[in-house]
Design a protein around this ligand. Structure first.
Ligand code: 8OZ
Length: 371
């Protein structure tokens, strides 16, 4: 039994797994999903408690990306975790998840340059490692506007960024989460520091791989100081180009990141394999197994997995857990459906972002559909 819990012998999606202090009932993770239903003060709504509780059959839920500060915001309708009202509402959400038998980690997020003055406190220019303008648009009020050229953070401002994550991690503890996932993926601030298209700094936070990884590792250590290493995970997306990001040589960069996170012995490494939301096969990419070997801890695979390839990922030892986004979005009882081979509800992209209960809390379980 002990061996099984450690994942050392053959297992499948439905085998329990020991993750830090927790025994997860299965290896299916609900991936972090932006749903854009928070209010204009970045407070998650009441429906969020129902939404997450409905998905408590997941071995682990990762919350939607949650900004650590007002500065870390880049979209309308995303929640924060930097004030009392937000903490109170997150507490209601985590209580609902626990009442339904689930576990939920908070995903902590700073968007960096993927923002706009109109979304920033005092209409300040968005911050980034370097003043490199992203190609892209941002939705504000009723339409899209172009992203702006960000301002490069001064070296003396870096401790303030680390403090934003530290404070948010403390808030998440008070809000009743089971752990933290640090969002270092998909072209947001920490990924902007990692990759050389967006990091052109000449101080200790730019240049070499070691320097570009420094901010992520310092933030990870700051969050560990509050939560302990075994309740902190990190999400990366080495080959994703979403949000106009890339690196000239991603393999050594992300192998180093995986090694260093392994040395810190964090709870898990969550990897968006390939191109976010589309395919795991990317021309000129590298085999994510290298990351797993370098990390040497619990590895969560993500990106377009289904039942069959998810099972194979676990059975072959490629991954310890698999995270599902769209499937969990439209199937609150996804674990049961996979277990029984039941058909899946298709997700409706029109209700992914913003709106109300439609496409949020009204996807039926198998039992509800049968009734
Ligand atoms: C889709 C739309 C808005 C944000 C990410 C937080 O990619 C996101 C996100 C995804 O990690």
């Amino acid at each position: 039994m002990k061996k099984l819990l450690q994942g050392a012998i053959a297992a499948d999606l439905f085998a329990p797994l020991r993750l830090g202090p927790y025994t997860l009932p299965n290896r299916m993770v609900m991936a972090p999903l932006t749903r854009s239903r928070a209010d204009d003060k970045d407070v998650p709504g009441d429906l969020a408690a129902t939404y997450y509780a409905q998905r408590s059959g997941a071995g682990l839920i990762i919350s939607e990306a949650t900004h650590v500060s007002a500065q870390g915001k880049g979209y309308t309708g995303t929640p924060g975790i930097y004030n009392e009202e937000q903490i109170r509402q997150w507490r209601r959400i985590t209580d609902a998840v626990h009442a339904a038998g689930g576990r939920i980690f908070a995903q902590l997020w700073h968007v960096g340059r993927i923002s706009h003055r109109l979304l920033q406190p005092d209409n300040a220019t968005p911050v980034a490692p370097s003043a490199v303008q992203p190609d892209g648009r941002v939705y504000i009020d009723n339409g899209f506007v172009a992203l702006e050229r960000p301002r490069a953070l001064e070296t003396h401002e870096i401790p303030g960024i680390i403090a934003q994550f530290r404070d948010a991690a403390r808030n998440a503890l008070r809000a009743g989460f089971q752990g933290i996932e640090i969002h270092a993926a998909n072209g947001y601030l920490l990924d902007q520091f990692l990759r050389d298209k967006t990091n052109q700094r000449t101080d200790a936070y730019g240049g070499s791989i070691e320097n570009r990884a420094r901010l992520l590792l310092e933030i990870t250590q700051a969050v560990i100081d509050i939560w302990g290493r075994d309740r902190v995970g990190v999400r990366i997306s080495p080959l994703a180009t979403f949000n106009d990001i890339s690196d000239s040589d991603p393999e050594p960069l992300f192998t180093y990141v995986a090694q260093q996170l392994g040395a810190l012995r964090v709870a898990y490494l969550h990897v968006v394999e390939g191109a976010w939301g589309s395919t795991r096969e990317v021309a000129g990419g590298f085999d994510p197994r290298r990351l797993r070997l370098a990390f040497n801890g619990v590895y969560i695979a993500n990106n377009c997995y289904g039942y069959q390839d998810g099972m194979s990922a676990i059975e072959s030892g490629h991954a310890d857990m698999v995270s599902y986004g769209r499937h969990f979005l439209s199937n609150p009882d996804l674990v049961e459906r996979f277990r029984t081979g039941a058909p899946l509800n298709p997700p409706d992209p029109n209700t992914f972002y913003g709106g109300d209960a439609k496409g949020y809390t009204d996807y039926p379980t198998m039992a509800q559909r049968a009734a």
